[in-house]
Write a protein that binds this ligand. Structure first.
Ligand code: ADP
Length: 375
C-alpha cells in the first residue's frame, strides 16, 4: 500500500485524499489546525506549523512520496527532504521557480511563453519608471505570499502610489509592477505531468472572480478555437519548462482580439479545477496522485458542460450549513462542504458543481442552489 504525505490539510488536500481512497492509499497530513478540512479523513495528522522543518522531515519519513496543497511553503525544507532521499513532487526546483511571481514570469518569458510586461520594484525610484512604461492604471504585486488578490494593488494615478506601496508592506516584501491588461475574459487551464513523463491537458475553463476570489467557473470556456489551441499549447509547454510533476494550473488573460497572456501558475490542483470531479473522466485530484506515483494518467476530457460556484463565507462565526434539503431537489447538483469549523467573510467554505446539456443550464443550477444554501 502506498503512503502519501501532504503538506497542508485544507480542502485541496481533502479532495486529493478522497480521490486516492478508491485505491486504498493512506495519507499523512501536516497542518497546524487540529480540525482542518482533511483531518476527518487523513490516516495520520502531524499538527505543526508550516515553517516547522523538523515536522516536514518527520512527515517525509512516514510516507513514500510527499506533495503539498499550497505553494507558500519553505523551498529549503523541500530541498532538505530531497537531500535525505525523499521523493517530493512538485520538486523544490519547480517550487523555487514558481513561488516568486517575478522569477516565475522571468522563466515563462525565457521559454517564449507570453506574459504581461512587468518590472521589478527596487525602491521608491522605480515608480517613475513604472509610470513611464505603463501609465495608469498598472498593478503593483508582492512577488511572494499573495493569494485571492491579497498582495495586489491597482495603482490608478500618481497620487495613489504611496498608498499602494504602504498597503503592500512598503518594500518589506519584494515587489513588481505589471502593465494593466484590459482582458475580456479570465480562463485557466490545468495540466498534469506524471513522473513517467506523460502529460494530460484538461479543457479550458472560464473563470469569474468577485472581490478577487474565484466565484464561478464554466467549462468549456467560450473563446475562439485559436485561443483554445494556444492555451493548450501554453499548458503543455509550461509544465515541461518548469519540470512540474503533478498538477499545474495556469491562469490566463484573454484579450478582446483573443490574444492570450499568462497571469500566473500554481503548482498544484486548483480551485478552478474543482469542476473536474464531476465534469471530467478523471479529476485533477486523481491525476495529481497518479502523477506523483508515476502511474499513467487518466483521460482529462470533459464529459458534459459543467459549472462550479464557490460557497464563500459572508459573515463571521461558527459554520452552520443550511438549505441542503431544498438544494438537493436539483438532481444534477453536487454539494461539497469542506468542514471548516468557523466561517469568516471571504473564506472558501465549500463549492457547488452541476453538469448540464449546456453551460447555461449547468450555471443556472449552481446559481439556484447558491441562493438556497447558507453557511
Ligand atoms: P493572486 O495570486 O492573489 O490570485 P493574481 O496576480 O492572480 O493574484 O491577481 C488576482 C486578480 O487580479 C486576477 O485574477 C485579475 O483579475 C487581476 N489582475 C492581476 N494582474 C492583472 C493585470 N496585469 N491586469 C489586469 N488585471 C490583473
Amino acid at each position: 500500500m502506498k503512503r502519501i504525505g501532504i503538506v497542508g490539510g485544507g480542502q485541496l488536500g481533502k479532495m486529493m485524499i478522497l480521490a486516492a481512497k478508491y485505491l486504498d492509499y493512506s495519507f499523512v497530513i501536516m497542518d497546524p489546525v487540529e480540525r482542518c478540512p482533511a483531518h476527518s479523513i487523513a490516516d495520520e495528522h502531524i499538527v505543526a506549523d508550516f515553517d516547522d522543518v523538523d515536522a516536514m522531515l518527520e512527515l517525509a519519513k512516514r510516507v513514500d512520496v510527499v506533495t503539498y496543497e499550497f505553494e507558500h511553503i519553505s523551498v529549503q525544507a523541500l530541498q532538505k527532504m530531497e537531500e535525505q532521499g525523499h521523493r517530493v513532487y512538485p520538486s523544490s526546483e519547480t517550487l523555487l521557480r514558481i513561488q516568486n511571481k517575478k522569477n516565475q514570469k522571468d522563466w515563462l518569458r525565457s521559454h517564449g511563453l507570453p506574459v504581461p510586461d512587468y518590472m521589478e520594484i527596487t525602491g521608491p525610484e522605480s515608480f517613475a519608471e513604472a509610470e513611464r512604461r505603463y501609465g495608469y492604471p498598472y498593478v503593483l504585486k508582492t512577488c511572494t505570499g499573495g493569494y485571492d488578490g491579497k498582495g495586489n494593488a491597482v495603482v490608478r494615478s500618481k497620487d495613489a502610489v504611496a498608498e499602494a506601496y504602504e498597503a503592500l508592506g512598503a518594500g518589506k516584501l519584494p515587489l513588481m509592477a505589471e502593465e494593466w491588461v484590459p482582458f475580456e475574459k479570465e480562463v485557466s487551464i490545468l495540466v498534469c505531468q506524471s513522473t513517467n513523463g506523460e502529460v494530460a491537458v484538461f479543457p479550458v475553463a472560464e473563470n469569474v472572480h468577485k472581490n478577487n476570489i474565484l466565484d464561478e467557473t464554466t467549462v468549456p470556456a467560450v473563446i475562439s478555437e485559436g485561443a483554445r489551441r494556444q492555451a493548450m499549447e501554453i499548458a503543455e509547454k509550461a509544465v515541461r519548462a518548469f519540470h512540474a510533476y503533478g498538477m499545474l494550473c495556469i491562469e490566463l488573460f484573454v484579450t478582446k482580439d483573443q490574444k492570450i497572456l499568462v497571469n500566473e501558475l500554481a503548482p498544484r490542483p486548483h480551485n478552478s479545477g474543482h469542476y473536474t470531479i464531476e465534469g471530467c473522466y478523471t479529476s485533477q485530484y486523481e491525476n495529481h496522485i497518479r502523477a506523483i506515483l508515476g502511474l499513467p494518467l487518466g483521460n482529462p476530457d470533459l464529459i458534459r458542460p459543467t459549472a462550479m460556484k464557490n460557497l464563500i463565507g459572508a459573515r463571521n462565526g461558527k459554520a452552520n450549513v443550511q438549505g441542503l434539503e431544498e438544494a438537493y431537489r436539483l438532481p444534477n447538483l453536487k454539494v461539497h462542504i469542506y468542514g471548516k469549523e468557523m466561517v469568516s467573510a471571504g473564506r472558501k467554505m465549500g463549492h457547488l458543481t452541476a453538469t448540464g446539456d449546456t453551460v447555461e443550464e449547468a450555471l443556472d443550477t449552481v446559481r439556484k442552489a447558491h441562493r438556497m444554501i447558507t453557511i
